[in-house]
Design a protein around this ligand. Sequence first.
Ligand code: PTJ
Length: 291
Amino acid sequence: MTEISSSHPRYRSLLVRRALADAARSGIVVPEGLIAHGRGEAFDYFLGERSTPSAARAERAAAVWLARARHPVVSVNGNVAALAAPAIADLVRALPKLRVEVNLFHRTPGRAAGIARQLRAAGVPNVLGVRPNARIAGLPSDRASVDARGIAIADVCLIPLEDGDRAEALRARGTRVIAIDLNPLSRTAQVADLPIIDELGRALAGITRALRDLPISPGTFPPFDREAAISDALRTMEGRLGRAATRTRAWGPASRRPARGSGRPTRRAERTKSSRRRSLRRRRDRRGSAR
Ligand code: PTJ
């Protein structure tokens, strides 16, 4: 197996990819899950690979909803188990009433059992959804198969990395939906009551942190401005892309810029500078000849 050097600028991302590829080989993650991850990575790049202040607010709001729920449930699919089983265990430790349910788009009994094993090994004591015994009406996919003690009776459901159909079906039956999805344009993010536009690991850690300071008892749910959350994420991306475009015009792509402090401008930067000088000179000459 290729050694991944810790000095590689994308070291963390490469480690995560390797973990997902291993999980795909063992059947926890479906091949489609690798594609979903690639899409998520692209959006995270645009967001700056950090939790924005708006996402951090959404994570705190999600913690309040989960703390006040009577039957909070987190739904776990193959990607979530592969990427964040220990983070799900931390979340349960912070909120012991939280039910953890395996819910899969591409369901086979073997995958469901493997994912439950992975969660238990990470420290989640009870895992629902391995032998589903209830259905969500009006949902054509395997995601309709749920546990009568879990998603079937949830008042608040946390659904990381989902498809929009189930978010809609859950909302239609009165369940409050908290989504974690890096793509603010995805149907899941658009229909969720509380969309968290952040990377899975960062979002779960943010919710868990917030839960530690909260009273855990049923109560009312404060309103959440989901349109603002989505619009904030889009604005962050717009701003970052706009600034990158301006920098690229001035200095060339980042890969061709000199390392900070090296003092050596790239050939492209040199060209940009000398062409600016030339055009200034031309303008001055034109002004001179017009006089
Ligand atoms: O394990 P299964 O059978 O239930 O299948 C799971 C997948 C992920 C294949 C299935 O749910 C699926 O196809 O999902 P989608 O429709 O591709 O949606 C996944 C969403 O999650 C996309 O909008 C991605 O941008 C987003 N996403 C991917 N990785 C991350 C993420 N969001 C947050 N953190 C991530 N690490």
